[in-house]
Write a protein that binds this ligand. Structure first.
Ligand code: ATP
Length: 239
């Protein structure tokens, strides 16, 4: 197998005295979709925020593309190729859709490449192209999710981290988002996906890790976890 793109080893993260992540280890290889699933408060969002440089780790190592991310500020982590589509989307509602996409390319200077990638975002999500000049705040929740994903892709990431892309969406919109993630996977995008919708995430994922109160309690391929009895009971609503 190729060298991992992301290597997380014994990572611990705290908010003051509260340890939210208690020593997790996992890898993401190029081209893989890896998912972290688990209940509210398990530490999934915290993990992504630390990988992005938004919250410092207590201890442990994070290596991305062979480089340690220790002490590297968030904007440089984006420049290294790690993009984050955050929980709750964080789009800029008064800016237009086109302007929101531009912000995702803020580190790039290749205007031709940016134009091509903007077109690609519009191909992936036609609604964004149709409404490019409208304020992003006029989009529905699902459309805003598309914009957040499109914006993250505008940095041409080596690894795309998606935090709860299906949160608050109608079943149809959720299917659409999941289909887009599958399409990104098919074109070789490497993805770290945090989801509460375990069924959808595990169906897509090459590897999955179940987090409970700051620890990884179970790991396996997406298919293995989908068929695991404890996962089915706890996360797929089976008796
Ligand atoms: P969710 O799906 O609800 O976001 P999660 O698995 O992503 O859950 P986190 O949001 O990472 O979980 O939260 C992990 C733990 O850290 C929780 O106990 C949470 O209350 C705590 N926590 C998160 N953010 C903060 C913060 N800013 N200050 C203090 N504690 C926090």
């Amino acid at each position: 197998m190729t060298a991992p793109l992301l290597e997380v080893h014994d990572l611990r993260i705290a908010y003051g005295k509260i340890e939210a992540v208690k020593g997790i280890t996992f890898t993401v290889h190029p081209g893989q979709v890896v998912t972290l699933i688990g209940t509210n408060g398990a530490g999934k969002t915290t993990t992504l925020r630390t990988l992005s440089g938004l919250h410092p780790p207590l201890s442990g190592t994070i290596r991305f593309n062979g480089t340690s991310l220790r002490g590297i500020p968030a904007h440089r982590i984006v420049a290294l190729g790690l993009a984050h589509s955050p929980e709750g989307r964080h789009i800029f509602p008064r800016l237009t859709i086109a302007e929101n996409l531009q912000l995702g390319a803020f580190l790039r200077k290749d205007s031709d490449g940016i134009r091509r990638d903007t077109e690609r975002a519009y191909e992936l999500f036609p609604i964004l192209g149709e409404r490019a000049q409208q304020p992003a705040g006029t989009l529905s929740g699902g459309e805003q999710q598309m914009l957040a994903m499109g914006r993250a892709l505008m940095s041409r990431p080596k690894l795309l981290m998606l935090d709860e892309p299906s949160m608050g969406l109608s079943p149809i919109m959720m299917q659409k988002i999941m289909a887009t993630i599958a399409e990104l996977k098919a074109t070789g995008t490497t993805i770290l996906l945090v989801e509460q919708n375990a069924q959808a995430a595990l169906t897509l994922a090459d590897q999955g890790h179940v987090m409970e109160t700051g620890r990884i309690v179970l790991s396996g391929t997406g298919a293995e976890l989908l068929h695991d009895e404890s996962v089915r009971k706890a996360y797929l609503g089976e008796d």
